[in-house]
Design a protein around this ligand. Sequence first.
Ligand SMILES: [Fe+2]
Length: 242
Amino acid sequence: MHLLDIHSHILPNVDDGAKDLDASVELLKMMKEQGITDVIATPHFYASEDNLEDFNERITSSYNTLKKTVEELDLPEIHLGAEVFYFHGIRKSAGIRSLCLAGTEYLLLELPNCSLDGNIIKNIIEINSNLGIIPIIAHIERYSKERGFKKLLELIEKEIAYAQVNALSVLQPPYSKTVNKLMKNGYISFIATDTHSVVNRPPLMDLALNEVEKNFGKKYSDMYIANSDKLLKIIQGAANGK
Ligand SMILES: [Fe+2]
């Protein structure tokens, strides 16, 4: 069984994550110690600031540099994705397919920290129904106080979207209570590090999985590992053109 981290700012010098190659290597070494075998690099994409082509060129170049080092040092395997910040009209943007997680149809989607109005909910539904892309809501715990959160949970119940929580949020306030509640009710599919640096959200995957096991039993923590392994198999299938 592999353990895949689906959300990380591990690429050197592309966003507010790892500032250079040494910083990326340091984080990947920590991840390896925690049992992580595979990592999806998910640099921030803001449609208001970036153009899709330039962004893809920039992250691919950074990814290729890191990939070479990872292979030399026998670190967790890296895969390329993005964390896409919600933008008006995303439901009609076929181009976002190039930002899906490592050639799959899953898109890591970050929502604005404001009320989840009908427009946002409609866009999420139509990303799925019109574009055939399945959103994974990044760190869903952050939005639990927003108006419209219940509607978001309904989309998850219907498997129109999936949800990810941050490892740090599993472990401590202000989000640990919310995370426990969401986990207990079956809304969460993935735990990820969302690591930016050794100071800002360092990888805490092993501690988070231990906490889940302590709170809900091994069946739960095993389920999150198995979900990550399932996604990795889809990634590998996509890479082999299946
Ligand atoms: Fe992130």
